[in-house]
Design a protein around this ligand. Sequence first.
Ligand code: ZN
Length: 367
Amino acid sequence: MASINFAELKKIIEINSWTKNKEGVDRNGEIFAYWMEELGYTLTRYPREEIGDHLHLTSAYKDGKKLLLLGHLDTVFPPDTFEKFSEDEAWIYGPGVCDMKGGNYVALQALRTVHRKLGKIHNIDFLLVSDEETGSDDSKHLSAQLAKEYDCCMVFEAAGVHDEVVIGRKGVGTFFIDIEGIAAHAGNHYDKGADANREAAEKLLRLVALTDLEKGTTVNVGKMHGGIGANTISPKAHLTFELRYTSTNERDRVLAAIDKIVNTAYVDGTVSVLSGGIQRDVMQPTPEQAAFVEKINQRCNVTLPTEKRGGVSDANIIASQGVPTLDGWGPYGDGDHTVHERANKKSFEERIALVTKVFEHFLEGEI
Ligand SMILES: [Zn+2]
């Protein structure tokens, strides 16, 4: 197996690509787009002012299925926190080596191999977004819209510890409840007040009771504040909470219950307003996705290990558009989102070899 040119990867790893560093994210994107253009790809740029541009790189189109590759250009590291690339026998280290410049690089290397063999590539496009690490608030609309043009999708987040691909990810939503009560002197006019803090407590207990661990549903009220002082009935309270779920049934159950809890005043005289919502919908295993895995297994003569993860990625967005999606095509690594981030060299090489095969069979119309 030809060893990988990590010098090239080092070049993009050492460009700071913190989501809020537009210049750095764009620079990373430019280099990547240049490499793709060398393979005959056409760049469509979605310019953004505050964050990096999103890049859609498209190949020639022939009648038949279309495959979308998905990656993100940004990392979680502000300038001067973690910027160096290094390596030893078994690992490479640096910001984004597995999350997910390294993953993007797996896709690129596989495309290069295919291009070398066949001279051209068609029906395999690459979307690189710039804001995944802050929740894809901007790019999720673009990703969802472009997803509709594709028959299947491969996302290049890091592989599992045994090189698993990811077939399921929880959905996640963040919500806020603003509660208005009525202030009153706690000594003189106790009965004239409407206690926003008590209302918050009543709501909190009911919200967390929506958790169903067996079904993988969790509600966590991670932040609350309210009130003025010990001698005043609290006129205001605020709850921040998160919902995670593994099925659309559970999503709908909990959303309906949240509405009911918000719209019920457990303490007379309080009024509550809900804001926030679902950020990334659930990625649920589907029969179409299972068929996608089965075809890869047959054509590439492998048994792909699969896993579900609690954390979200942009795979959630594509999958929730009904597109069969598999995530975790990047190299195995660990320490992501910390200064110990590293990716395994052997896994890197194996991923490139496997993804190359997947692309070849896809181009032959067999996947
Ligand atoms: Zn990440």
